[in-house]
Write a protein that binds this ligand. Sequence first.
Ligand code: AMP
Length: 173
Amino acid sequence: MPHSSINLIRDIPDFPSPGIIFKDITPVLADAAAFQSVVSDMAAPYAGIGLTHVAGIEARGFILATPIADRLGLGFVPIRKPGKLPAATRSVSYKLEYGVDELQIHEDAVGPGDRVLIVDDVIATGGTAAATIELIEQLGATVVGLSVYVELAFLNGATRLNGTPLTALVVYA
Ligand code: AMP
């Protein structure tokens, strides 16, 4: 059965570019009961399994990752666009449909022995998630899973995660 919040997800055609159907989750976030159930249900599979941190991907990933970290009693680590983090960073570049993008992490954010859950709002092609996994693994930490609210399964992002387990509340086949 699909997650009860699914009816609040709004399709915005041709945003941010022609041919993309953008899954707008702002109506879900604005609904107190829906937001609460999304946070609880995304966090639930990861309670009590010895995690140390939740890493959120800028920017919409932060909105979900921080309450999930709080719910699980874990620290939060931001994965950011270049030039935003103030201390020493590691970077990974990854390919977009047109051009290249880059993500950064503070190099002292996690390390060997840490067990990290990555959180984002949507997985599409999986490039962003794959780059985040690489950043965290470069620092010697273990990526235990990737929790997303929405999976666009027809784009096969899960196949780019090198076996990292993926959980999604809403899957578009
Ligand atoms: P990906 O192709 O998996 O690297 O997706 C890149 C990022 O863009 C993800 O972090 C998503 O938040 C966002 N994204 C990609 N496609 C969509 C979409 N159709 N609707 C909403 N967000 C999207």
